[in-house]
Design a protein around this ligand. Structure first.
Ligand SMILES: C[S@@+](CC[C@H](N)C(=O)[O-])C[C@H]1O[C@@H](n2cnc3c(N)ncnc32)[C@H](O)[C@@H]1O
Length: 195
């Protein structure tokens, strides 16, 4: 059983802030612990719920997390401070693409939980900042069944779903990655950089 902040979970529900599902979070924590990952990048902080859960349930040294929405970023900052985790979690307010293009840091583990249609565009940049044997953990690969075809793709989601299909094809065929897709939560892709 992992330690989570139930007040934040409740806040997310009541204010329609999308946060990680319970089984996704369990699997995320297990994957970080099994891989002994120490330096983590999260794309999509929202209010800090998953960053805090990662910090409190793993031995990671540092989490960098990027959020484009300023009010969510501010809330996340307060929440991280309340948990006394400002020394381990660094929050960045801005576009994830700019962050990953410009950072000179490298990571053991990347939790990809930002704009789903952009995963495919992020991938080449993520490959440069992911260490060998590092892991990309990508959430929502099924996107509520629209990717798997169990529900029709709504008009406004077409570009995003197309982007997710391209991401899935790429992680399955890229010779530098070893990928497995799990039927957990909303579909999770774990891709290990093998070279
Ligand atoms: C699913 S939520 C993240 C949930 C969080 N990981 C958790 O479980 O607590 C996705 C977040 O990505 C943010 N986002 C969307 N586009 C972004 C971008 N281009 N760069 C950074 N963050 C972005 C959204 O504002 C949203 O808060």
């Amino acid at each position: 059983m992992i330690n989570i902040d139930n007040d934040l979970k409740e806040y997310g529900k009541n204010h329609k802030v999308p946060i990680s599902l319970d089984d996704t979070l369990d699997f995320l924590i297990k994957t970080i612990n099994d891989s002994n990952s120490k330096y983590i990048l999260e794309i999509g902080t929202a209010i800090g719920y998953s960053s805090i859960a990662m910090a409190e349930n793993t031995d990671c040294i540092r989490i960098d997390s990027v959020e484009i929405d300023q009010s969510r970023y501010r809330l996340a900052k307060d929440n991280v401070a309340k948990h006394n985790l400002l020394n381990r979690i660094s929050l960045y307010n801005g576009d994830a693409l700019e962050y990953i293009k410009n950072t000179n840091k490298t990571y053991d583990f990347i939790y990809l939980d930002g704009p789903k249609g952009q995963y495919i565009n992020y991938l080449p940049h993520l490959m440069k900042i992911l260490k060998i044997n590092g892991i990309i953990f990508a959430d929502n690969l099924y996107f509520h069944g629209m990717v798997t075809g169990s529900i029709p793709v709504s008009k406004g989601c077409r570009a995003m779903i197309k982007g997710l299909h391209r991401y899935i094809d790429e992680i399955n065929s890229n010779p530098n990655l070893d990928t497995k897709i799990y039927d957990i939560g909303d579909g999770i892709g774990i891709s290990k950089r093998i070279k």
